[in-house]
Design a protein around this ligand. Structure first.
Ligand code: SF4
Length: 83
């Protein structure tokens, strides 16, 4: 894994045995949060990957991911190593 793969959408695609998929960090496939609910973006049987990028859930994830990276960039001396 190279740096930036975890915050670049679909650099990593995680799929469970039922076809549910998520991206970014592979651990997101099996967890949920109050803010997002499940991190699954859809099921490969029903939804093409490109279609999943047009959902409100994906847009919110992408916006928060970008904001987080910007915060790291502005405030962390290790950003050059970590990104
Ligand atoms: S080490 Fe720095 S750049 Fe990496 S995630 Fe933490 S705050 Fe962000």
């Amino acid at each position: 894994m190279t740096k930036n793969e975890l915050n670049r959408p679909f650099s990593i695609l995680s799929v469970d045995w039922q076809g549910n998929f998520s991206t970014f960090d592979p651990e997101l496939l099996s967890v949920a949060s109050d803010r997002y609910g499940s991190f699954n973006l859809g099921n490969l049987k029903d939804l093409q990957l490109v279609e999943s990028t047009r959902t409100d859930q994906f847009r919110r994830l992408m916006a928060d991911m970008s904001r987080g990276v910007d915060t790291c960039h502005m405030g962390c001396e290790y950003f050059g190593l970590c990104s």
